[in-house]
Design a protein around this ligand. Structure first.
Ligand code: ATP
Length: 300
């Protein structure tokens, strides 16, 4: 599956857009209150089938609440939600069998072995994956006979991911899936996620790792104070696509920099001033983290 080019580059939904019954997830005006405060406060969201969508936002923004309402784990106080065409508030077993869920707090302290846990989970689904294949996919083959409680933090998280995908889900929810992973495990996880997308799996991911969102997501949505602030492809979020580049180099022993909308022309001029290579030349655009932090700062 290729990344779609039909997605609007940026922006949130028009306020009057009706729910999209063909989307993997379609949410309109979602509200969830705890006491006097609204954890989710009129949120609109569409996630298309086959895409990886990353939900970003600061602690307490409402990401987990939104995701758990879509999973059918929490009730809502207002708005409309359709997940694979069904309202999660009226979930059926058949509908649930199409979902894979990796919660923030995972399998934890089990007495069962990894293979037993996966076998038990697989038995709930009509067309599960082979547990041993899944263990290999997440890099836990050597731990197949180990009890859940004996695994390290990162290995437990991999087991959580394995439990989420063993049912061969159409739609996979991943709530901060790589917390506790070492850098190599995170890269392996990314390639696992890409191969799941190639198989047609839609994924909704929440993460605090902006590099993870950039590496994986077809689109990112930023939530702040229970509302969706912007949806865009990672390269254009927050005006990133039009932001000036910063050219840095060393001249006369001093580190210099210039912000410019035309870095190619600037580097050409610069290179004319030096006989060979421009010393320590670098051209950088704002990272996803830069624009995200600015957006969140503006919102809060
Ligand atoms: P994080 O990045 O820290 O996981 P989040 O964006 O997932 O945060 P939520 O867990 O959805 O945020 O929480 C949103 C708000 O709702 C927070 O202010 C939180 O304290 C509140 N909240 C969540 N669950 C409950 C609950 N069961 N009872 C009361 N308040 C809750």
């Amino acid at each position: 599956m290729t990344r779609s080019s039909t997605v609007p580059a940026a922006g949130t939904l028009p306020p009057s857009a009706p729910i999209d019954p063909d989307a993997a997830i379609s949410v309109r005006g979602l509200v969830k209150r705890y006491g006097d405060s609204a954890a989710v406060d009129g949120l609109d969201l569409d996630i298309r089938r086959g895409e990886i969508f990353a939900l970003l936002g600061p602690n307490g923004a409402g990401k987990t609440t939104t995701v758990e309402i879509c999973e059918g784990f929490r009730t809502r106080d207002g708005g409309e939600v359709r997940v694979l065409g069904t309202d999660p508030a009226h979930a059926t077993r058949r509908w649930k069998a199409q979902l894979g869920i990796v919660l923030q707090s995972g399998a934890g302290d089990s007495q069962l072995t990894c293979r037993e846990l996966l076998g038990a989970q697989a038995s709930y689904y009509p067309e599960p994956r082979d547990p041993d294949e899944v263990l290999e996919l997440v890099g836990l083959t050597e731990k197949a006979g180990a009890r859940g409680r004996s695994l390290s933090g990162g290995q437990r998280r991999r087991l959580d991911v394995a439990l989420g995908i063993v049912g061969r889900p159409t739609l996979l929810f991943l709530d901060e899936p790589t917390t506790g992973f070492d850098p190599e495990a995170r890269r392996q996880f990314w390639s696992l996620i890409r191969s799941l997308r190639d198989l047609g799996t839609t994924m909704l991911l929440t993460t605090h790792y902006l590099d993870e969102a950039e590496a994986l997501a077809d689109r990112v949505g930023v939530i702040a104070r229970g509302r969706l602030v912007e949806v865009a492809v990672p390269s254009t979020l927050g005006g990133r696509g039009n932001a000036p580049a910063v050219v840095t180099w060393t001249e006369d022993g001093v580190r210099r920099s210039e912000a410019t909308p035309t870095p190619t022309a600037f580097v050409q001029q610069l290179s004319a001033r030096f006989p060979g290579e421009v010393p320590d030349l670098a051209v950088a655009r704002p990272t996803l983290e830069d624009v995200y932090l600015r957006m969140i700062g503006d919102t809060l």
